[in-house]
Design a protein around this ligand. Sequence first.
Ligand code: GH3
Ligand code: MG
Ligand code: MG
Length: 420
Amino acid sequence: MLKRILIIDPNQQERRLLATQLERDHYSTTVCSTIFEAKNMLLEEAFDLVILNSEVESNERELFRFISEQHNLNWLPVIALVEAYPPNGKVQLLEWGAVDAVIKPIHYDELRLRVEKQLRQSSNFEEVAFHDALTKVFNRRYFEHQIQLQVQRSMRQSTPISLCFIDADRFKSINDTFGHKIGDLVLIGLAKLIQDHLRPQDILSRVGGEEFVIILPNLDAINAYSLVQSILHSAHKQPVAEHDGQQRFITFSAGVCEWNESLTIDQWVHLADNAAYEAKKQGRDRVVLTSSEDLLIKTDEHNIIQVLVIDDKESKVGDYFTSYRATIEVSVVNTLDGVQAALNHSVYSLCFVNLDHNEFDAMEWLKKERSNHKLVKFIAAKNRDDTFIAVQCLAHEIDHLMKYPCSEFDIKVAMNHISY
Ligand code: GH3
Ligand code: MG
Ligand code: MG
């Protein structure tokens, strides 16, 4: 795919010349003359590199600040073209965040080599940072990086966009029966089977062990649904892996949702994820289509946070959440059986779990809940420092770990930390 370069230069002739030269070298270029325009373009389109002709405006620094603050842009390389005098101009731009600075008047061949070098480095970086090592499809980080961009593009073009969550069915039994290695082959095969059905603009990411998500630009709910159905039909007919002459098949449960302007991105992700969960509940091996009317969780719109507290000790944690904010609805489960607690409280947006629960393996439960409810925030508590637990919490993307027993102040800190 052609690498895309944004050129920011107030001088029309110069930017045209540079664009023509780069296009001749097979880059795709977009030009603009102000930082303001550049910021809008960066929000709407994906670029691989920016060339900034410095001296443009006094608010150049603003461009670097803007890029570093956007989580989907902060790795974007900027090459600055600078005057030789004053000599600290170059240092200034490098300090602000330019990856390279070329003294004007530029020699095109030198600039081209520097562009090539930066792009090579960032594509190595992207390969490692945005791809899943096992299946080679994109990873969760890339998904998060793209979703906003893709929605913005759909809004601008007034085209539909859909999202699909896919979770392999009873995958654990494949591992248990044939071993982890065969499990890996099945995952690789499943990713390939899905990818083979997609168009170049679709973005397939592996977001969990046996879970995938697809961003489907320019596809409405019905078409997205039938696309995913056709993938599932192929999975019925076609093995995803073969070993020792044995064919391995896999089915999956999927949730599909089309975006609309009444939804936040978080709500949209939640809906599609929930639909996949619904597909599991209905018996697996199926696709469930959902829409914004099915928004189950009372979200920020109503300003209510539903908190599930799982704790077998006598504690005031529930009260602390309530006193943190009046619009928090708390269900405290002083249960002996945390699994049952989860079944009874499938709708919650924040969960506090005491890891020292005597009756069930709270960490195992958290792990599973985290993978089933991607938007729920999880707070875990433990009565002593334990590096192993801390590492596990990190690995399973638990949002906050705190010391137990906890005070009202600890809950405040936690809520602040997870920005509720
Ligand atoms: P369900 O139909 O309810 O989704 O059941 P499941 O067995 O697919 O789901 P569960 O969440 O119980 O198990 C997922 C398993 O996926 C457990 C974990 O060991 C396995 N797994 C996660 N990542 C990998 C991986 O990279 N390779 C292999 N081989 N297994 C993995
Ligand atoms: Mg799963
Ligand atoms: Mg599964």
